[in-house]
Design a binder for this molecule. Structure first.
Ligand code: ARG
Length: 289
């Protein structure tokens, strides 16, 4: 566990260092040719929030940016409440609103593309999407394939079990059947237990893992804390164990070497932090308790 935390923090520090040394690449992605299967145009919430923020920090934002009028394509996996999820026909959540606010600051229109979580990085690499915003944890492996912005929030992995489970902490996962969402940090973490005789079931959606546990197919689910809270609140007879497994940071992934977009998004993100808008978006979805 210690090792993981350190690895993640190191990764986060690397992101910080990288963000500081923008080497002026000109690899801007054109969003125009995106063939997103499931595309939603940014909702009206962004419009309100943006005007407010723009009024405060005005001209310097848009002056620095060349994205005016263009489409910013966000790749996500909308199975991850409260960060991104389906609400009727819409895709909503913290990440969507943060991305809308960023797009607004860059004078761009946000388009949301809902794909499998493990397709997000390939989608960025191929230039079909511009930003990956999916509660995505910064880690060293991913940093080999994409760049990350500065983090916008911290998170952790937790264990969900049935209320009457004998599993009381991380050590008890040994030899158990553990469910995760494919390709997530929960998957990476849980996979460490394979050496202890555990078996890992990898689902396309985190919620499917929770359902499988309720059907008695698996013993525990390892997943990010906030989605875990949502799933537990929506389902009887399951609980989150107290001990968190990791400390992680979420950031926005961008095609490797596209320092122009990276700098722009970091600039917008910094303004959203500064103005309190980022925190306001988070607070809208996560109650402080
Ligand atoms: N934080 C975890 C990771 O980066 C899980 C993210 C899952 N996100 C999603 N939208 N399904 O691997």
């Amino acid at each position: 566990m210690k090792k993981q935390v350190i690895a993640l923090l190191t990764a986060a520090m690397m992101v910080g260092a990288m963000a500081g040394c923008g080497a002026g690449g000109s690899d801007t992605t054109t969003a125009a040719d995106t063939t997103a299967a499931e595309t939603t145009t940014a909702g009206d919430t962004a419009a309100e929030t943006d005007t407010e923020a723009e009024a405060e920090d005005g001209a310097e934002t848009t002056a620095a940016i060349g994205g005016e009028g263009k489409v910013l394509v966000m790749a996500t996996n909308a199975e991850f409440p409260p960060y991104e999820y389906h609400d009727g026909g819409d895709i909503v959540g913290i990440d969507v609103e943060v991305a809308e606010a960023i797009a607004g600051k860059l004078g761009m229109t946000l388009e949301v593309e809902d794909i499998a979580f493990d397709s997000i990085i390939p989608e960025l690499e191929s230039g079909k999407a511009d930003i990956g915003v999916a509660g995505m944890t910064v880690n060293e492996d991913r940093l080999k394939n994409v760049d990350f912005t500065d983090p916008y929030t911290t998170a952790s992995q937790v264990i969900i079990v049935k209320e009457d489970s004998e599993i009381a902490g991380p050590d008890d996962l040994k030899g158990k059947h553990i469910g995760v969402q494919l390709g997530t940090t929960g998957d990476i973490y849980a996979s460490d237990y394979e050496a202890d005789g555990s078996t890992i079931e990898r689902y396309n959606k985190g919620f499917e893992a929770v359902q499988a546990m309720q059907q008695g197919k698996i013993d525990a689910v390892v997943i990010d804390q906030e989605p875990a809270k949502v799933f537990v609140s929506q389902n009887e007879g399951i609980k989150i164990l107290d001990e968190a497994l990791t400390v992680e940071e979420y950031a926005i992934a961008i095609k490797k070497g596209n320092t122009e977009l990276l700098d722009q998004v970091n600039g917008a993100l910094a303004e959203l932090k500064e103005s309190g808008e980022l925190q306001a978006i988070i607070d809208k979805y996560i109650s402080a308790e």
